[in-house]
Write a protein that binds this ligand. Structure first.
Ligand SMILES: NC(=O)c1ccc[n+]([C@@H]2O[C@H](COP(=O)([O-])OP(=O)(O)OC[C@H]3O[C@@H](n4cnc5c(N)ncnc54)[C@H](O)[C@@H]3O)[C@@H](O)[C@H]2O)c1
Length: 244
């Protein structure tokens, strides 16, 4: 019960890493506000779960999500910004530096970077009195050159840098808000699978792709009081890929 008495908002919670995180947080005792563009079903009779539709690009919707969370649970202690797209789902075209369409760049920026920025801004406003923890989700693709995913890689690099700025700002303002980011390698979710073929990924030191629950476990650590002295950190969850 590492999140007992905490309330967490998790975006992108209808699928993949966000879904695994929301479920793990619930098992660890948190009250969870699970949001997604396509909505998240309310968990029937279970108290402590609120599923909402939210487009992270929309500042007014962020306000509404926090207000509903406060109305239902009284406080918000944790925000996980997991909503994201890699461009394939936007379906607008190739993503190498030569052929990338400006519209594709903008769509990916809006969800990944602006969505994360708006979430952090809303979280700071609501957490600054009592403190809290924000965990952003970037990617290994943002830490190296990504010539076939150039827009995606740029957004993920931006999220890492932005996370550090939020951490510094909050720390220096004495707000007791920690802000960290995970940088996953390839993880078995709908976002990753369509981009790749099958076979053993021998370029990954652990010789396999990761599971959403393995990223959720790292997010749990950063969101929990076990990480009370950790802020501004980018934590790779990548089977060792970033060491190669
Ligand atoms: N799967 C991987 O290999 C991998 C690796 C590194 C980082 N990531 C990152 O992890 C995060 C989660 O990705 P995933 O792999 O679980 O993908 P996923 O596609 O399974 O889940 C992403 C979720 O975000 C939601 N979403 C998309 N646009 C949204 C919007 N505008 N507002 C609200 N929700 C929106 C989608 O509906 C979806 O349910 C993303 O930020 C992704 O970039 C994934």
């Amino acid at each position: 019960m590492r999140l007992k008495n905490k309330t967490a908002i998790v975006t992108g919670a209808a699928s993949g890493i966000g879904a695994a995180t929301a479920q793990l947080f619930r098992r660890e005792g948190a009250r969870v506000v699970a949001t997604d563009l396509k909505g998240v079903p309310a968990d029937g009779a279970a108290d402590g779960w609120l599923g909402l539709a939210q487009d992270v690009r929309d500042a007014a919707q962020w306000q509404a999500v926090f207000e509903q969370a406060l109305q239902r649970f009284g406080h918000v202690d944790i925000l996980v910004n997991s909503a994201g797209i890699n461009g394939a789902s936007a379906g607008t075209g190739r993503q190498d530096p030569e052929h990338l369409a400006l519209e594709e760049w903008r769509v990916i920026q809006a969800v990944n970077v602006e969505g994360t920025m708006l979430g952090c801004q809303a979280a700071i406003a609501h957490m600054k009195a009592a403190g809290g923890a924000i965990v952003n989700v970037a990617s290994y693709a943002g830490t190296v050159g990504s010539p076939t995913a150039v827009a995606y890689g740029a957004t993920k690099a931006a999220i890492v840098q932005y996370t550090k700025s939020v951490a510094l700002h909050c720390g220096r303002a004495g707000q007791a808000i920690r802000c960290n980011v995970v940088t996953p390698g390839p993880i078995r979710t709908p976002l990753y699978v369509p981009l790749t073929g099958s076979g053993t990924p021998t370029h990954i030191p652990l010789q396999r792709i990761g599971e959403p629950g393995e990223v959720a476990a790292a997010i749990l650590f950063l969101a929990s009081d076990a990480a009370s002295y950790v802020t501004g950190t980018a934590l790779p969850v990548d089977g060792g890929l970033s060491t190669t």
